[in-house]
Design a protein around this ligand. Structure first.
Ligand code: HEC
Length: 657
């Protein structure tokens, strides 16, 4: 795999258009820089839930998204964490089965899997109290908010409220405008209003054109719309190219301050870098507001207080997508933002002034390619090109803040842009870091390096910062030095985050990557002595089944073999669209994912697909135990039959026009 910078285009030098960037960054219209009360606290802290064991009342711990917990877990007790209980995860999605941080209130854990199904689990015993199923796939992250007796969340295209005591659905409201949009976030909830956004994609594909991210404020009791904030215009910056362009939306809940304001980070524009006809984003001219912007809004009206765009005319999917974090340092209220571009930014929460920004993780010289495109200097840009951070890199998951230090989990994983429309990503080659920065100055305090990417966010308690890494490790680092204080092997690979409620730490082994690994939610508790099962013993296809597969799978194309062939292929296609399309390209299914190899090029036989889907590995999740042997066989037969056949195939399926 390419080392850092190993693939820089020979001899090319970038003109750094410093003035242009500065000009674009200073267009923030400011409002309400009223009284400055140095002593007031920044956000509504903690949760209201009465609990014996402790609470984690918001998706990111508190209303300011600090992911800082209080309680007895610290460097002297952490080694006594043992497994209190586990609950199996049944969903199997593009990015594993699970990508939410649970909510803990009233001694109950509220959690959602990547099929949008919601469970209420007894914190003490792990017993499932109720479950409400939606079976609506999401690429994640997703998750819940809890307040006023209700549990709020999203499916692949809607927002809902459930009765907190029973799980009964109270209302459901579709949010998407078309089949190319979706919902991928834990909502925010404050003072009776639910905040939830759409994004320009869903489990069947992203950035297919005409996708607009819209933040909706909904009445928590009725689901009625209070206001909507269009994070990008419905004309998508050029009304002639609405069918190609898309962008914006939120991937995480807002931060709430105590003055009735919310802070949101808005995601990237697309296509990226562009299309063959309109390279380098030429179908979407200009800075593409409000993509890659931090926006402060009035919570009750949706009016803009100020905004700051950190990356105009983004070319590389470098979302500013993480939840903004509210904190204080040097006598001012601050808001911190970050995302896949691999920078951490600090702003004055009152007037929006940028205080500092700091590059984290590996960058290889493309951070200002957007300025070249904006200036029309296309001769300075070319494909193929390998870019750090990649589309699953940078600060990919949530930061945490405690005591004047911000902790950013960074993924070092490049993307190879083969052309304007074809990208390649070697997910197994990813590595990562936890970086600690001084909140007041942005200075780096320490870096801890990991052999695989930390997709597990940062969570702080008792002078420890926790994360998980993709290889299935749970880590506790010393907040002062970055040294490892404790580590634990989870029973499967993971991209799950962590919630801490009192003496209990909740996480998941969410991304099985080898034979026998099973996805599960796990509660670790001080003094508990259990162990999580590593699985194994799940029935593998027998010899007889393999024979049947060969006979039924064949190399026949649709209609060829008669019999059940067409029906089986339809079933296989349905599974592919739900489970595989987000990562693989396969024209017949209208799939254009780039995380795994292009299956039209690879043209694998059914046995290869079957083995890979069952056992995973190399960055691909294992589906054995999540899909039945029969389902795996049908998707394998389908892929073997259609790969490289150039799509077209009648069959009404496929989403991309
Ligand atoms: C999270 C992303 C992801 C999902 C979801 C995913 N794959 Fe993969 N897949 C990968 C990656 C990454 C590789 C490359 C693995 C490697 O290099 O060993 C891969 C490899 C493969 C291969 C190549 C195997 C080989 O050895 O040549 C096949 C076939 C395949 N996947 C089929 C599927 C099917 C079918 C599904 C749905 C059931 C699926 N994948 C779901 C990421 C994914």
């Amino acid at each position: 795999m390419d080392g850092c910078g190993g693939r820089l285009q020979g001899g090319r030098r970038h003109l750094l258009l410093v003035g242009l960037l500065a000009a674009l960054l200073s267009i923030a219209g400011c409002g309400g820089d009223d009284d400055t009360t140095a002593s007031r606290t920044t956000f509504v802290a903690g949760g209201s839930g009465t609990s014996e064991r402790g609470t984690w009342a918001y998706p990111n711990g508190d209303a300011g998204n600090t992911r800082k917990a209080d309680g007895p877990i610290n460097s002297s007790t952490v080694s006594r964490l043992g497994v209190a209980w586990t609950v199996p995860i049944t969903a199997a999605g593009t990015f594993g089965g699970y990508a939410s941080t649970p909510i803990v209130v009233d001694d109950t854990v509220y959690t959602q899997d990547l099929a949008s199904n919601v469970q209420a689990i007894d914190l003490e015993s792990g017993e499932v109290k109720w479950e409400t199923r939606y079976d609506s796939p999401s690429v994640g992250p997703n998750g819940l908010a809890v307040g006023d007796g209700r549990v709020y969340g999203g499916t692949g295209d809607s927002a809902f409220a459930l009765d907190q005591a029973t799980g009964r659905e109270l209302w459901l409201l579709r949010l998407t405008r078309n089949e190319r949009e979706g919902v991928d976030m834990a909502p925010g909830y404050m003072d009776g209003i639910v905040y939830i956004s759409t994004v320009p994609g869903n489990a069947r594909g992203f950035y297919r054109g005409d996708g607009v991210g819209i933040l909706h404020a909904l009445d928590g009791e009725t689901g009625r719309r209070v206001w909507s904030f269009y994070t990008v215009p419905t004309t998508l910056w050029d009304a002639r190219h609405v069918d190609i362009n898309s962008g914006g939306g939120l991937w995480h809940p807002p931060a709430f301050d105590e003055e009735g304001k919310i802070y949101v980070d808005v995601a990237n524009p697309a296509p990226w870098p562009g299309t063959e006809e309109f390279p380098w984003g030429q179908s979407r001219p200009g800075p593409n507001l409000f993509t890659n912007s931090l926006v402060k809004l009035d919570a009750s009206s949706g009016e803009i207080e100020w905004y700051q765009q950190v990356l105009p005319h983004d070319l590389y999917d470098w979302d500013l997508h993480l939840p903004p974090v509210l904190t204080e340092a040097g006598g001012r209220r601050m808001v911190l933002s970050s995302g896949k571009g691999g920078y951490v930014y600090a702003f004055d929460a009152d007037n929006g002034d940028r205080l500092w920004s700091r590059s984290v993780g590996v960058h290889n010289g493309h951070d200002r390619d957007n300025e070249l495109a904006l200036a029309g200097r296309y001769e300075m840009l070319e494909t193929p090109v390998t870019v750090y951070p990649g589309v699953l890199g940078g600060v990919e998951t949530q930061m945490a803040v405690d005591d004047g230090v911000v902790f950013a989990p960074v993924v070092d994983l490049p993307t190879r842009f083969e052309s304007q429309e074809r990208t390649r990503l070697d997910i197994a080659a990813g590595r990562g870091q936890m970086v600690a920065l001084d909140v007041e100055t942005g200075e780096q305090k320490w870096v801890h390096r990991f052999a695989t990417p930390p997709y597990g966010a940062a969570t702080v308690v008792g002078s420890l910062v926790f994360t998980t890494t993709f290889d299935g490790m749970l880590w506790a680092l010393d907040t002062a030095t970055g040294e490892i204080v404790w580590q634990e092997r989870l029973p499967a690979g993971t991209n799950a985050t962590i919630a801490i409620a009192g003496d209990t730490l909740l996480t998941a082994a969410s991304f099985p990557q080898g034979p026998g690994q099973k996805a599960q939610v796990i509660a670790y508790r001080i003094g508990a002595t259990g162990r999580a099962e590593t699985g194994g013993g799940e029935a593998q296809p027998t010899g007889g089944e393999e024979e049947r597969r060969e006979e039924g799978g064949g190399q026949t194309t649709e209609g060829g073999g008669g019999g059940g062939g067409a029906a089986d292929l339809a079933a296989g296609r349905a599974i592919f669209e739900q489970q595989c399309a987000g990562c693989h390209t396969l024209a017949d299914a209208g799939a254009s994912g780039t995380v795994g190899p292009d299956l039209d090029t690879l043209r694998p036989d059914a046995a290869t697909v079957d083995e890979k889907v069952t056992n995973g590995g190399g960055g691909m999740p294992a589906f054995g135990g999540r899909l039945s042997a029969e389902e795996i066989r049908s998707v394998a037969d389908y892929v073997a039959a259609v790969a490289g056949q150039g799509g077209g195939g009648g069959g009404g399926g496929g989403g991309t026009p």
